[in-house]
Ligand binder design. Structure first.
Ligand SMILES: Nc1ncnc2c1ncn2[C@@H]1O[C@H](COP(=O)(O)OP(=O)(O)OP(=O)(O)O)[C@@H](O)[C@H]1O
Length: 275
């Protein structure tokens, strides 16, 4: 985002993760699964955008990936190992999350919340000089320095979202999972967050409602519909007029962006066509 020549790589782990989903499904009770069964791999350092209509199963799938939901069938492998065979702490050291529901009323300041990102790597007590430097650097990167002493509960939605991203980055993850991180962000911050995610060396899996952002920034896009893979591939392969029409019942104007060369999408309802 900002500023100060801070490299985004400073905030990623040394071993970008390979994630593999093998016949993964998750559901509740005896009914049809809410997600899956699905199989796919995310290569180290790739950014995968997860898109799909409301209720498609995006958050449920992400919860399986960060070891919150135990799969009903199949498994999630982190660099070849079933994440449920690993100690929770080992997973927490490698995977950072930015989630939709964040408690914000526990009376901590912005700096204190961000500092929690150091927790998975701490052996003992205390904070050393290097830790303080990292906290300062990530606050600067996310344009939060001026908010550092503020109570988190007093921040705007967009400011709070940037705090949660800062905390996750401080964790130096090998895999960063974000559930709709652009919610509440103004357009500049949306673009900057997506640009930052694209520059991180770690593997990134991010759910997004904005197909245009997903298409403009992700290496690959997974279009989920009814819990199943409706399309998976490079943005131009996964997000076509027909896949978008089938999943969202909207029409798409699609061309190459003259400035960036990436796919450019805009949307309209079939009944909005001019006579
Ligand atoms: N624990 C649960 N028990 C019962 N149903 C659930 C549970 N969790 C999710 N669901 C249902 O599974 C479906 C998928 O939910 P999920 O939150 O994963 O979708 P989503 O794609 O993230 O949706 P949105 O875009 O609206 O955020 C929804 O119909 C939801 O009601």
């Amino acid at each position: 985002m900002a500023s100060g020549g801070i490299s985004a790589d400073r905030f990623t782990g040394a071993h970008p993760a390979r994630l593999e989903l093998i016949d993964l499904s998750w559901g509740v009770g005896l009914g049809d699964p809410i997600v899956g069964p699905l199989s796919l791999a995310v290569e180290p350092g790739q950014m995968l955008a997860l898109v799909g209509p409301n209720g498609a199963g995006k958050s449920s799938l992400l919860r399986c990936l960060y070891r919150y939901h135990r799969p009903s069938t199949g498994m999630v492998r982190l660099d070849g190992q079933d994440i449920w065979s690993l100690p929770g702490k080992a997973v927490a050291r490698r995977i950072a999350t930015v989630l939709q529901e964040q408690a914000s009323d526990f009376g901590l300041t912005v700096a204190e919340i961000v500092e929690l990102g150091l927790t998975p790597h701490r052996g003992g007590w205390g904070t050393d000089r290097g830790d303080y430097d990292s906290v300062e650097a990530v606050l600067d990167l996310m344009e939060l320095t001026h908010l550092a002493p503020r109570d988190l509960a007093t921040l705007s939605g967009g400011e709070r979202q940037r705090v949660m991203i800062a905390r996750a980055l401080l964790q130096k993850p090998d895999l960063l999972i974000l559930d709709e991180p652009t919610n509440h962000l103004d357009i500049r911050h949306q673009l900057e967050v997506l640009d930052l995610l694209g520059r991180l060396a770690c593997t990134v899996i991010v759910s997004l409602h904005d197909l245009a952002l997903a298409s403009a920034h992700a290496d690959r896009v997974l279009l989920l519909d009814g819990g199943r893979v409706a399309a998976l591939g490079a943005p131009a392969e996964a997000l076509t007029q027909s896949t978008i029409r089938a999943a969202f019942a909207v029409e798409t104007l699609l061309d190459a962006h003259p400035a960036t060369g990436r796919p450019r999408l805009s949307f309209y309802l079939p009944n909005q066509i001019q006579e």
